[in-house]
Design a protein around this ligand. Sequence first.
Ligand code: SF4
Length: 235
Amino acid sequence: MMAKEFEEKKAEEILKWAIEKFGKKVALASSFGAEDVVLIDMLMKIDPSARIFTIDTGRLPQETYDVIEKIMEKYGAKIEFLFPDKRAVEEMLEKYGPNLFYKSVELRRLCCHIRKVEPLERILKDLDAWITGLRREQSVTRVQIEKVEEDERTFDGIKRVLIKINPLADWTEKQVWDYIKRNNVPYNALHDRSYPSIGCAPCTRAIKPGEDIRAGRWWWETPEKKECGLHIKQK
Ligand code: SF4
């Protein structure tokens, strides 16, 4: 029911609704990819004090830090940085080595869990809703996302239903780039070097013409496995 109500609404309308309804209990999860900078531009025009957080996994490319700086300067945006648990990272590296992600899907998932999922859950615990830049055409794992959907999670053994807001769910890649150019939005320089999707440096590479837009993420794995756990529904 919720999905139908929002499907026809524009991204800006959905963001306005989210800010009015949830106030400081909603935040944008940003990795500063093309979709995220579009949402930041929209959000800052609606409410310059809107909350934006990013997960600094410790393995991000320099170009991501560069675009974060540009966004902070242009909009005066206050970015909340989340780091992984220091001891968990130390133990993981001591046990499996710094390049564990190439050794097996399980170890890659462990790394994503420690560096991304745990910090995400730490902030989600205190939120009622979160905003993402997910788009349906990005991958086989995202074709069914709704613009506004329930996100059931378990925190410390207690179930809660958050609201997950994906205002760009039905946008095409062209719409994203038209918006960026039209509004002069700062973007990650790696996008100009054939990186449509950008994550951690060791797990992201450029794609070849004609390749799927997520082909450069965890390229050694099969498409249905290519999620870091941030957007996998909890059972
Ligand atoms: Fe680790 Fe790679 Fe996942 Fe980043 S994307 S958290 S480096 S496995």
